[in-house]
Design a protein around this ligand. Structure first.
Ligand code: BEZ
Length: 235
């Protein structure tokens, strides 16, 4: 008899975010429907009451307002239960001081996923790393519920939340201005114009005074930091 293939395909960039209903520390959520109109970062962590995850939650919670100003909501997940989540977050608030952060209240929802249904749906389980814990996955989902970027980290590596913020602002800037962002781009740096589609277009671009073209395929232009921030913050 043919064996039934039970492996869930991994979600991919450009696809609609898989749907689920889940219980969280902030009540039930209907994902991604409840988040339409905002960017969302859906991220998993291996386990409650672990040190790397604790440092990550404190850092992310400390930056929540900054992400909110960029129209981005945060949603966490681990394969622990709700009471574990609640006890861990309470302990963080009451007892943990880290890098000058203390009394940190995690206000964004943390999904309980003891069945691992959501983690499997989103490809957060990586058996080579662990069969019982989700890896550190980060899904950037846009206001139309489309997955725009996915980043994975192993269990031992805490994420860089400044980089997650930079990536969010870069994607929003690309959408807003129809440009691309080069390596290590931050607001205020020059942006990339997509390569010309024809020889005529390339020639036109090389002669465009607003562009800095090093060759037909490599043109940049200035984009003021203020213009970027005005477009992406508090929309
Ligand atoms: C941590 O968050 O500290 C951690 C979790 C799982 C494996 C290793 C480290």
């Amino acid at each position: 008899m043919e064996e039934k293939n039970t492996i869930t395909p991994m979600p991919r960039i450009g696809e609609k975010a898989p749907e689920f209903v889940a219980q969280t520390t902030q009540g039930q959520i209907n994902f991604p429907q409840d988040y339409k109109g905002s960017w969302t970062i859906l991220f998993s962590h291996p386990a409650d009451f672990t040190p790397v995850c604790t440092s990550e939650f404190m850092t992310f919670a400390n930056m929540e307002e900054k992400f909110a100003e960029a129209n981005c909501k945060l949603v966490g997940l681990s394969v622990d239960g709700l009471y574990s989540h609640i006890a861990w977050l309470r302990t963080i608030k009451e007892k943990i001081e880290y890098k000058g952060m203390k009394d940190i209240e995690v206000k964004f929802p943390l999904i309980e996923d003891i069945t691992m249904d959501v983690a499997k749906k989103y490809g957060m389980m990586m058996p080579g790393e662990s069969n019982t814990k989700a890896v550190r996955a980060v899904f950037f989902i846009d206001p139309n519920s489309i997955i725009r970027a996915i980043i994975y980290y192993p269990l031992s590596l805490g994420r860089n939340f400044d980089e997650l913020y930079r990536a969010l602002i870069a994607m929003q800037t690309a959408d807003e201005f129809g440009i691309a962002t080069p390596a290590d781009w931050v607001p205020g740096d020059d942006v990339i114009i997509s390569p010309a589609g024809s020889c005529g277009m390339a020639k036109e671009r090389m002669e465009d005074k607003d562009l800095d073209c090093k060759d037909w395929f490599f043109c940049t232009k200035k984009l003021d930091k203020e213009k970027v921030l005005k477009a992406v913050l508090k929309k």
